[in-house]
Write a protein that binds this ligand. Structure first.
Ligand code: NAD
Ligand code: G3P
Length: 397
């Protein structure tokens, strides 16, 4: 048994990086000879998270074969020759058996040999990218299609599930798997204990992919509410910008804790009005990721907010961030959704105004603190069990 009070660097899984000597017990083939888990995987997108997940799978004890596609020729060369990514996670040494391909997309024949494609492309470029992948897929025998992006498309207000349906077809969307939750790439490659939600309309697919990703340092919680999980992952990016704004303005712990709590209430309200399960916002993909990104300068979205709070201009921030903060474009799609479903969402709307209407961070904070007081914090219904007994006694005494 590992002792979790041991300093992290001494935990056994953090030292051992070669998987090849310790296969997980149990056959990856079921009684019908079908693969229980995918064994040939192509990760598309060699940024922080794509590289991190390619590393995670390539060093798994399941002995799966992993390829990483990059649109950047220098990255492909460096990964294959020096086992380093020159642009992202630059300190990390990747296993020599992880193969990089690119910069062109692999051909149909190569893609046809894959059991799973894992897309790690930020939401703003995803639709175009899937359009270019679509003719390369065999639609009679689709591989598993997994997605890790967290955003709402700005102009169409589409969720990724809808983008997949539009570009790859409804069957691909029904089978798609979404991995979401508090998981900074930098920490996953260091094998810090990490937990994520893995969801799909298809429970079978969610379970398969959960098993594929599971490691002693990486726990997966399967689920079947992709719309809720997608909304949670996208919305937390907008609220992380808000938390960054508050910190950038110089507010302290009370402010951040209050803001995160009201953000959770707001995202749950939006999710519920949209038709997702409110409980999904209490999962790793919901409050878990919200808490992570609202409380760490490692979050790009928080960083955008922090710099806005410090008075920097959005254009300059986006230009120099070095990576995509999806909350910026999501705030635009979310603004349309909020109008359409007619829910009260003052924090998200204040962020939209800061990002797109020239409202200053300080004025946004003032507006939020002057927002008409709510009649109730939440709709409480303490009508059953012990609560009912106590309340009824109070009423009759
Ligand atoms: N970084 C993290 O810690 C983390 C954690 C969980 C989820 N995610 C999600 O993973 C996704 C990828 O994030 P990331 O951190 O790797 O981003 P990143 O900015 O580090 O890298 C994005 C990668 O995608 C490529 N790319 C961008 N647009 C493209 C396009 N149109 N066509 C082809 N390639 C394109 C870029 O060249 C780059 O290699 C995001 O949607 C993010 O929300 C990231
Ligand atoms: O850096 P961010 O803000 O895009 O957050 C990254 C991930 O979503 C964390 O789970």
């Amino acid at each position: 048994m590992s002792n979790l009070s041991t300093p992290a660097a001494q935990l056994p899984w953090m030292r051992k990086r070669s998987p090849r000597s310790t296969p997980r017990s149990g056959s990856p083939v079921d009684e019908n000879g079908e693969k229980k888990i995918p064994s040939r995987i192509l990760v598309l997108g060699s940024g922080n998270f794509g590289s991190c997940l390619a590393d995670h799978l390539a060093t798994s004890d399941l002995h799966v074969d992993v390829w990483l596609w990059s649109r950047d020729a220098a990255t492909v060369k460096s990964l294959n020759e020096d086992h380093k990514n020159p642009k992202y996670l630059t300190e990390h040494v990747f296993p020599e058996w992880l193969r990089a391909v690119g910069p062109e997309l692999p051909d149909k024949e190569f893609l046809g040999t894959m059991d799973m494609l894992l897309f790690s492309i930020p939401t703003p470029g995803l639709r175009k990218f899937l359009e270019s992948v679509n003719p390369l897929l065999d639609h009679d025998s689709l591989p598993l299609l997994a997605f890790v992006n967290k955003g709402i498309e700005a102009k169409t207000k589409a969720l990724t599930l809808e983008i997949i349906a539009d570009t790859l077809g409804p069957l691909a969307a029904r089978q798609a798997i979404f991995i979401s939750g508090p998981s900074f790439a930098k920490e996953v490659v260091k094998r810090q204990p990490t937990t994520v939600s893995v969801v799909s309309i298809s429970e079978e697919h969610a379970l398969k992919v959960s098993e594929l990703f599971h490691q002693p340092w990486f726990r997966c919680y399967p689920g079947t509410d992709p719309i809720g999980v997608e909304l949670a992952g996208a919305l937390k990016n907008v609220y992380a910008i808000a938390a960054g704004v508050a910190d950038g303005l110089g507010f302290e712990n009370n402010t951040r804790a209050g803001l995160v709590t009201r953000s959770l209430a707001e995202m749950t309200r939006i999710g519920q009005a949209y038709g997702a399960s409110p409980l999904t916002f209490l999962t790793l993909a919901g409050v878990g990721d919200l808490f992570l990104t609202c409380s760490s300068p490692n979050s790009r979205n928080y960083t955008v907010g922090y710099r806005l709070g410090q008075g920097q201009k959005l254009d300059e921030i986006v230009k120099t961030l070095g990576s995509v903060a999806e909350g910026v474009s999501t705030a635009e799609g979310l603004h349309e959704i909020i109008k359409e479903i007619g829910v009260e969402a003052p924090i998200a709307e204040a962020m939209y105004s800061v990002l797109y209407e020239g409202l200053s961070a300080r004025d946004a904070a003032e507006e939020l603190m002057n927002f008409p007081a709510a009649k109730r914090e939440i709709e409480v219904c303490a009508g059953t069990g012990h609560a009912a007994a106590i309340l009824s006694k109070l009423r009759t005494d």
